[in-house]
Design a protein around this ligand. Structure first.
Ligand code: SF4
Length: 323
């Protein structure tokens, strides 16, 4: 049964009259057609959410009988109510040439990583690498990730779980977002085999640039007197306890700190506050990816500890949400 047929069954089973659809940016082109298809097949009214949809950490309430969330696998530890995760079929694996392009970059013992989109390819790629003499490990999922080898931008369990058994990683995917976190977190080489370009690359240069940016953010925050600690309202990003701990830590170091509660963290919503630097406990990637958008330093919790002198730079840790 395909996903639309499975969804129609759920709509009928729940006697839903209204259905909300949530799409990440990359799938917006499908929104109009899918909404029309569901309306015609199920006799329901669809509401397409035009709010940003960043991950399974963020499945906002909608005034509907059933929410359909696309593009992300559910986070096993979260309780979702009235949510159908529409599992789009990944593309077919037509050639292994892009994996072969990565062979010169790989050590003998390799951890294999990807995102939900390409998860179905991992067994075949593992077999292929083994036929080339590699020992391959695929980390098991945990509370926040649903599939073996799956990475999130905020959870690298499937990489760290096998770190002791591998000398480097091969990421199957198109962008740098997910493998960058592995390169920052584990001191082992990370290669990317990109199925769209059909090529392979390493991440060393990007990692160096990001490390320099993090150094700069920490240095700029050094003389800050008042910190704003951001807490997200999104269910899978909310770290209030951590924020309270950081506020307490700031105060023991003679710094002022206030907690700011918000949904979408964006530069325009942080304008006007008398805050010298921000500490972000929401999505860990905001401080990394959006660094150039913020006028004031935006730190991760661990970077804030470095600013306060609680942690040495040598003990730098990339922020993760490990529920
Ligand atoms: S917290 Fe950030 S990186 Fe993690 S799933 Fe949500 S949007 Fe993605």
């Amino acid at each position: 049964m395909d996903e639309t047929a499975r969804l129609l069954e759920v709509i009928r089973g729940r006697n839903a009259k209204t259905v909300g659809l949530q799409f990440p940016v990359g799938l917006r082109t499908k929104a109009v057609d899918l909404a029309r298809e569901i309306e015609e097949a199920a006799g329901v009214t669809c509401l397409v959410s035009a709010d940003p949809s960043f991950g399974a950490c963020d499945v906002p309430e909608m005034p509907v009988d059933l929410i359909v969330h696309l593009g992300h696998a559910p986070m096993p530890h979260l309780r979702y109510e009235r949510v159908f995760f529409y599992d789009l079929p990944g593309p077919a694996l037509e050639s292994l040439a892009f994996v072969d392009a990565a062979l010169p970059l790989l050590p003998k013992r390799v951890g294999l990583l990807t995102t939900t989109q390409f998860r179905g390819w991992l067994p075949k790629i593992k077999e292929h690498l083994e036929s080339k003499g590699h020992e391959v490990r695929i980390g098991e999922p945990d509370r926040r990730v649903a599939y073996a080898g799956q990475l999130l931008g905020c959870d690298y369990h499937t990489a760290t779980a096998v770190a002791g058994d591998v000398d480097g990683y091969l990421y199957i995917g198109t962008g740098d977002f997910h493998p960058l976190g592995v390169a920052m977190l584990v001191d082992k080489p990370v290669a990317i085999a990109d199925p769209e370009r059909g090529t392979a690359r390493t991440l060393a240069d990007l990692k160096d640039r990001v490390v320099r940016q993090r150094h700069a953010a920490i240095a700029r925050a050094h003389d800050a007197r008042t910190f704003g600690i951001i807490v997200s309202r999104k269910t899978g990003q909310a770290r209030m306890e951590l924020a309270r701990d950081l506020k307490g830590l700031a105060e023991t170091h003679g710094k002022a700190a206030q907690i700011f509660l918000m949904d979408l963290v964006a530069p325009e919503f942080l304008e006007g506050y008398r805050v010298d630097a921000w500490v972000n406990t929401a999505c860990p990637r905001i401080a990394i990816e959006d660094v150039l958008q913020y006028k004031r330093p935006m730190l991760t919790p661990q970077e804030f500890e470095i600013v306060l002198g609680q942690r040495a730079w040598e003990d730098y840790v990339f922020d993760e949400i490990r529920a």
